[in-house]
Design a protein around this ligand. Structure first.
Ligand code: ARG
Length: 471
């Protein structure tokens, strides 16, 4: 009944066509087990669905299906406990699982790969994996947003300089600054949600590239696996990786957002700025300089973004010249994908912890924001309200700032004594006044920031609900 050669164990899956075995150099260079073994839960899920599909199509008996399912359970158990013994001939996770299933289930196991190729199998595994991991990344993003929101709420009226060109421009509430990063992360969530739609398509049933003569039903296995959709074109199903490029792009933008936060915190925690102090648990010391407390998380958020950009661009280069359909080059989708996912996930957790535990130094922030010239725009806008054209107002105030910087008198005195200004606008030059005058919608002062905090809270709650439905 069985055509299985007893010596098949230890041979490649394709050994029938070959007289000799694979060279050691070939195995060393082409194996993917060293990095794709983490796909085992997805490989087993895919095989469960596939073997059910085979029985559903009448290609194997229910008893054979059950024997394979039991063997898959056993493989899962061995993988989970670490007892799974990989063989030298296991080229990738797919061959390892199939080999072991065949050992355990005998002839029924040898039917597992009916109507299936590693091309649709590995594409299925990675899509299942990416679906799950993207939601975990989204969860971490939401957790970081929650930290930003909490810190924004407790920051109340604390303000700091807002910068353009890295020069002090206008004071902004600390809450406003923190939420600016929060909104950027919201767009990361939106991108991930959109990408998930395109990842959530089952390629299982495409076979090697062209489908099968056997009555397999891709929709059946897609439903078994919880995919929202099924492929329309078998060549496209095994021959496309734009969804992986998209995942990498989304992760790269998250990494870049973390990197930009990191850069700010490197500055904020420097002695020169002194805007924030890191908790001991989220800072490192120097092996030589006893006084040092270093912002390594912030720096590595910056540094690792470079490597993650490399994951994206490297994979785009891998894809660019590939004809349809599957090419072995596609095996190179996994390492950059895994690396970017792991690093972004770790980075989100580390940055969230760093910000949650840091101490802000409002005195330093506010002292930096209270330079007289920070209210220059308020003075010009005061003149505008008196009917002075803005360009003229800008010139009047600019001239006073030039005088003040030359040391003639303080800006406040110059304003108080200016024929077109006086005591009322001079009061705008006082500490803490300017930020209260950012009243326009979406602006940096207390009135619009209160509205923004409310909107951000609602937006975050909606994402939490979304997560609840996807986790
Ligand atoms: N490890 C391979 C990958 O990740 C599996 C597919 C191999 N297919 C083949 N025809 N050699 O892409």
């Amino acid at each position: 009944m069985s055509n299985l050669e007893p010596e098949a164990h230890g041979k490649t899956l394709w050994h029938g066509r070959f007289e000799g075995g694979p060279a050691a150099e070939l195995m060393a260079f082409t194996e993917s087990l060293s990095f794709d073994r983490r796909l085992w839960p997805d490989d087993i899920a895919g095989s469960r669905a596939h073997v059910r599909g085979l029985a559903h199509a009448g290609l194997i008996t229910d008893a054979e299906r059950d024997a394979v399912l039991a063997a898959l359970d056993q493989v899962a158990h061995e993988m989970q406990s670490g007892a799974f013994a990989f063989a030298e001939s296991d080229e990738d996770i797919h061959t390892a699982v199939e080999r072991r299933v065949t050992e355990l289930a005998g002839p029924a196991g040898a039917k597992l790969h009916t109507g299936r190729s590693r091309n649709d199998q590995s594409a299925t595994d990675v899509r299942l994996w990416a679906k799950r991991e993207l939601v975990v990344v989204a969860e971490r993003i939401v957790a970081l947003q929650q930290v930003l929101l909490n810190r924004a709420i407790e920051a109340k009226g604390v303000y700091l300089p807002g910068y353009t060109h890295m020069q002090r421009a206008q004071p902004v509430l600390l809450a406003h600054h923190l939420l600016a990063h929060g909104w950027a992360l919201t767009r990361d969530l939106q991108r991930i949600k959109g990408t998930l739609e395109r990842v959530d398509v089952s390629p299982l049933g495409a076979g090697a590239l062209a489908g099968s003569s056997l009555p397999i039903d891709p929709q059946y296995t897609a439903t078994q696996l919880g995919f929202a959709a099924v492929f329309d074109n078998s060549l496209d199903a095994v021959g496309s990786r734009d969804h992986i490029a998209e995942v990498l792009f989304d992760l790269t933008l998250v990494a870049i957002n973390l990197s930009r936060i990191g850069e700010e915190w490197v500055l904020w925690t420097s002695e020169e700025f002194g805007f924030a102090k890191l908790d001991d648990g989220y800072a490192t010391g120097s092996s030589m300089l006893p006084q040092k407390k270093n912002p390594d998380i912030a720096e590595l958020a910056r540094g690792k973004a470079g490597r993650i950009i490399g994951d994206l661009t490297g994979f785009l280069a891998t894809m660019k010249g590939l004809p349809l359909s599957y090419n072995r080059d596609y095996q190179e989708d996994k390492e950059p994908l895994f690396d970017a996912m792991d690093q972004v996930r770790l980075g989100l957790g580390a940055i969230a912890g760093m910000i949650a535990t840091a101490t802000f130094v409002p005195e330093r922030m506010q002292a930096a924001a209270d330079s007289e010239t920070g209210s220059s725009t308020d003075l010009a806008e005061w003149l505008v309200v008196q009917g002075v054209p803005f360009r003229e107002a800008h010139a009047i105030v600019g001239a006073l700032v030039r005088e003040a910087l030359a040391g003639t008198a303080s800006l406040r005195e110059l304003v108080a004594n200016h024929p077109r200004l006086g005591a009322e606008p001079a009061a705008l030059v006082g500490p803490g006044v300017s930020v209260t005058r950012r009243t326009s919608p979406g602006g940096a002062g207390p009135v619009p920031v209160a509205v923004q905090l409310q909107h951000f809270t609602e937006t975050l709650a909606a994402w939490q609900t979304w997560l609840g439905a996807h986790l």
